[in-house]
Design a protein around this ligand. Structure first.
Ligand SMILES: Nc1ncnc2c1ncn2[C@@H]1O[C@H](COP(=O)(O)OP(=O)(O)OP(=O)(O)O)[C@@H](O)[C@H]1O
Ligand SMILES: [Mg+2]
Length: 345
């Protein structure tokens, strides 16, 4: 039986650009799938197809047990969406924006008011609640957009890069909100460009590149495929690079990369802090002075490098044409607005 979000062979082309080239996904109920990929990979297009904002050229999609192509209105009633670009009404205050969503969901005025209060608090917008949204900073708009997407808790949620543009504190807080949401049984598909974020939140990660899912697994599985952690060393003298390289090769589980101008050497390892101590000792024995040394976890670039043999690149045709997403998804008018934007791009 397919999960709460299921896609098979989704294809979407825009002129010559094959934005989706056969995307398959399956997200079990009550879990979080992180859709991870570089700019232009097809993340937003996938979300838009699954949320009825865009019709795929071919393929199949089922969300909350409903056929996305055959029952779009029913799908909209069962999902929530926070798009990549905050969709807030500039002229309404933060409070009014959230209350309006409650009313669209046919909440009683009193209940909508109380829920708005709660969300404003949760997203640290209470002080700015009565200012028009056009006076908000980027991070505040993003938070308002997410708050509005959470007015009711639909069984299936989509969040397109929910934390892009948030400062570290707000990002952490949003992660907590998302965790709470999921512990209540919501199924979530979120897109991100950060492995760290997927790491924190997702049960399962699908790496997308050029409109295809190129790898799938838990964060640990993906990291294992990239060779786990890295040791990074910055040597003091440029002429010590070859010897340091030799030392690292002795400990590494893969190729050592060297950045000559910063005198930085990086090698994938397994063995953590204990191994790091051994590397330091060996460098010392060989008389190599170091400016910096540390262990770091693989980044999205490392994952990409090992999966595709190239680092994540921005596609030439990337034009930021992601369209605005609708919210709430139940609001068919909002969805239509999204579709109109699509045709005018
Ligand atoms: N409406 C559109 N018209 C033309 N091309 C589009 C449109 N929407 C998306 N594309 C193209 O499809 C490809 C995938 O875009 P998409 O927005 O899905 O990427 P993304 O993974 O969300 O990227 P980002 O990380 O930058 O948000 C890109 O090459 C993009 O330029
Ligand atoms: Mg996008």
């Amino acid at each position: 039986m397919p999960g709460a979000i299921y896609a098979e062979g989704l294809v979407k082309t825009f002129g010559d650009v094959r934005a989706l080239d056969g995307v398959d996904l399956d997200v079990p109920e009550g879990t979080v799938l992180g859709l991870l990929g570089p700019n232009g990979a097809g993340k937003t297009t996938t979300v838009r197809c699954l949320t009825t904002l865009l019709r795929p050229d071919s393929g199949k999609a089922v969300v909350a047990g409903l056929d996305v192509l055959k029952q779009p209105n029913e799908v909209r009633r069962s999902i929530g969406l926070s798009g990549q670009f905050a969709a807030v009404d500039e002229y309404l205050t933060g409070r009014e924006n959230i209350q309006m969503v409650g009313q669209l969901y046919q909440m009683k005025a009193k209940a909508a008011k109380a829920r708005a209060e709660e969300l404003l608090e949760q997203f640290h917008l209470t002080d700015a609640a009565d200012r028009p949204a056009k006076t908000y900073s980027g991070g505040m708009r993003r938070r308002l957009d997410l708050a509005a997407a959470l007015v009711v808790s639909p069984p299936v949620m989509f969040m397109d890069e929910p934390t892009t543009g948030l400062d570290p504190r707000n990002r952490q807080q949003l992660w907590e909100v998302i965790k709470q949401l999921v512990s209540g049984g919501t199924t979530l598909l979120l897109t991100t460009q950060y492995l760290e974020e997927a790491d924190h939140l997702a049960h399962d990660i699908a790496v997308v590149d050029q409109g295809r899912v190129i790898a799938r697994g838990t964060s640990d599985q993906l990291k294992a495929r990239t060779g786990g952690e890295r040791v990074e060393v910055v040597v003091h003298e440029r002429e010590h690079i070859p010897t340091a390289r030799e030392v690292l090769a002795g400990f590494g589980k893969g190729e050592t990369t060297v950045e000559e101008h910063t005198r930085k050497l990086t090698v994938p390892v397994t063995g953590g802090a204990k191994l790091l101590a051994e590397v330091i000792r060996e460098l010392d024995v060989r008389g190599i002075e170091i400016d910096d040394i540390g262990l770091r976890r693989p980044t999205l670039d490392d994952v990409f490098l090992s999966l595709t043999g190239h680092v994540a690149e921005v596609r030439d045709d990337e034009n930021g044409a992601n369209g605005a997403a609708a919210k709430p998804a139940k609001d068919a008018k909002a969805a239509d607005r999204g579709q109109k934007k699509e045709t005018t791009q």
